[in-house]
Design a protein around this ligand. Structure first.
Ligand SMILES: [Zn+2]
Length: 63
């Protein structure tokens, strides 16, 4: 597990891909739970921070 500093607007790449085929998610909210938006289809999910940390492959900081 790598440690990233997660901020709203960053793009996180997760290990598992969404059914739409995308693995990239935009971070909409951080905290104990994150709100993520799929870049492929726009679907939004709430996910525990530890699951994001466990499954993150990459993090692109907001430009
Ligand atoms: Zn999707």
């Amino acid at each position: 597990m790598r440690t990233y500093t997660y901020e709203v607007g960053d793009i996180v790449t997760l290990k598992k891909q969404h059914p739409c085929g995308s693995k990239e998610w935009e971070i909409l909210r951080v905290g104990a739970d994150f709100r993520l938006k799929c870049l492929g289809c726009g679907h939004q999910i709430m996910i525990a921070r530890r699951l994001v940390e466990k499954n993150a492959r990459d993090l692109r900081k907001k430009a």
